[in-house]
Design a protein around this ligand. Sequence first.
Ligand code: NZQ
Ligand code: ZN
Length: 385
Amino acid sequence: MNNFTYHNPTKIIFGEGTIETIGREIPKDARILMTYGGGSIKNNGVYEQVKNALKGHTLFEFGGIEANPQYSTLMKAVEVCRKENISFLLAVGGGSVIDGTKFIATAVFFEGEAWDILTKNAKTDKFVPLAAILTLPATGSEMNGFGVISRKETGQKLAFGRPPFTNPVFSVLDPTVTKTLSPRQRGNGVVDAFIHVTEQYMTYPSNSPVQDRYAESLLKTLIEVGPEYYPDPENMEAAKNLIWAATMALNGNLSCGVPVDWATHSIGHELTVLEGIDHGRTLAIVWPGMMHVMRDTKREKLLQYACRVWGITDGSDDERIDAAIRKTEEFFHSVSVPTRLSDYRLGKEVIGKVVANLKNNGFTTLGEKRLVTPEKVAEILTNRL
Ligand code: NZQ
Ligand code: ZN
């Protein structure tokens, strides 16, 4: 087990009807900018609930943050913050709105080209506090300090983080807001959460039984609850467990003391940039290939996963690993998330483009042992044709 420091300052307010409590969480004299996406919150009543809860507060709003939030849009919000002297940001949406709001919070007091925060890890020392009302369980952004920002002009999608300053001060997790999610977004969320766990679990043994069993409990919960949550928007018990599993999957807890991977995410981000495939869906393509190609470095954890998560105990090592990969793909299919490039009418021509983009961004040695080279990425994606 490795050394670690763990500090998660986000207060979680969980349950049905909890949006109305936010007025008590935000200082009365705050100048609040509420940020949101393409308008789903106006169709499902969440917008009204937030407005009602903040009567008596000074509230501005900024809508139009797109899925895979764009730098140019976020910089417009930064201008609003500067002009209106905003002192508190309230993100109302999924991972894209929350991530985008973390970037706004970081860029407001930054002098110079704010894109450097992503490309050069530019120094930042003052932040606007933010909070979140989560509308889509998937990314875990509601309880971590990280964000992923896209810039179509340069064809980049990059992660950044300034925890604890970019952690939400509080996040509201109200399961009723998930009722209006499309089946596609529901399935995406299940897969995204699942792969957040595997990226922090399926590396190599590090004598961290607490972390291993936390991870296995989340994987088993997602396997159990995902197929109940996916088809039934009215099933609030399933929604609650799904939300909590997704939040726990990426709030920093699982990575305490253990090696982490994240190569699947890096490759997936390029599929989003190049082909516009939703984040969760890119992971469902890449991850089975990652397990297949990197089986030697991941062997012990793959066998542990096969046994403890899927109950697979018969056959040779490779047979058990192959069975676990099959089970994983079947699970993704059970929430209607495809697992091959050909499901998106993509062939081998995309592989060279993904590899070139990764090289351009300097991602040439990915994974827990830095063994996922451009050649390995090509092998992984070839496995997914
Ligand atoms: O824009 P609106 O109108 O809100 O519609 C959104 C959007 O079209 C819609 N939606 C959200 N809540 C809804 C709803 N529709 C109906 N009812 C609701 N309750 O869903 C669509 C997708 O939303 P988005 O926020 O893009 O999805 P998600 O939460 O999956 O976020 C994806 C982004 O998060 C990043 C991804 O890379 C991607 O950019 N990630 C962030 C991470 C983090 N901060 O830790 C980790 C993840 O691995 C991921 O990379
Ligand atoms: Zn993800």
